[in-house]
Design a protein around this ligand. Structure first.
Ligand code: PGA
Length: 255
């Protein structure tokens, strides 16, 4: 089954509106040829409107938020609703990133509530899962991934998944410079796909794109993307520089 790769930049808490505009200009200048992968950029909330405006040139790069509220509207100080994101033409939302789980206490149940809300307004999900080193060393890789997937996707339909991606990001590889080996990544991705097959059937799992995330760089993108179950990447640190994000996409995309 052919799956078009999808590369997403996750800028985390970097780049306000002016840096965002400068990045967009520089990145678009590089992106001249035909692209064989989908490209998404996840900027901080305050930079999203600038980014959608800067990317409105028809080259198809889509904008993502890095989080959303699980509530509709009302007395939730500091939160941003899915409707607000739609209003400024955001297309995707990252939900369940390990930093949201570990620093901001997001449980599988909260992540699930956010994903349900996001789907109600048609936002495409970038649903992140992944184990810590401790969990991996304790032999819990599969049980952790299975519970993150089953609890996170409760009530999410096969139709919802058509538009969405799962990002497998081993926590020990995020921002550390340690990448999972291609074998480790492929093994985890194949397992994630098998869980999706159990839950939704082979047709849905065969179409689902599963991104790898965790210290993806221009020099390891090709090897990772060559694995049969790896369909793109979620890139943190190396996406902050337009040249390096571009190089990852070029090196990891089919020719
Ligand atoms: P990294 O981050 O590429 O800096 O490791 C990936 C992520 O957290 O999505």
């Amino acid at each position: 089954m052919y799956r078009r790769p999808i590369f997403a930049a996750n800028w985390k808490m970097n780049k306000g509106p002016s840096d965002t505009e400068a990045f967009a200009k520089s990145f678009l200048n590089k992106l001249t040829g035909r692209q064989t992968s989908d490209i998404v950029i996840a900027a901080p909330f305050i930079s999203l409107a600038v980014l959608t405006e800067a990317l409105r040139d028809g080259r198809g790069i889509e904008v993502a938020a890095q989080n959303c509220s699980q509530f509709d509207d009302g007395a939730y100080t500091g939160e941003i609703s899915v409707k607000m994101l739609r209003e400024i033409l955001v297309r995707h939302v990252i939900i369940g990133h390990s930093e949201r789980r570990s620093i901001f206490g997001e449980t599988n149940a909260i992540i699930n509530a956010k994903m349900i809300k996001a789907r109600q307004v048609g936002l495409k999900l970038i649903f992140c899962i992944g184990e810590t080193l401790e969990e991996r060393n304790a032999g819990k890789l599969e049980s952790i991934l299975r519970s993150q997937i089953t609890e996170g996707l409760e009530g999410i339909t096969a139709h919802d998944l058509e538009d969405s991606v799962i990002a497998y990001e081993p926590v020990w590889a995020i921002g550390t410079g340690v990448t999972a080996s291609a074998e480790q990544a492929q093994e985890a991705h194949a397992f994630v796909r098998s869980v999706i097959t159990d839950l939704y059937g082979a047709e849905v799992s065969g179409k689902l794109r599963i991104q790898y995330g965790g210290s993806v760089k221009p020099n390891n993108a090709a090897e990772l993307m060559a694995c049969p179950d790896i369909d793109g990447a979620l890139i943190g640190g190396a996406s902050l520089d337009a040249q390096s994000f571009y190089d990852i996409i070029q090196n990891g995309s089919p020719s």
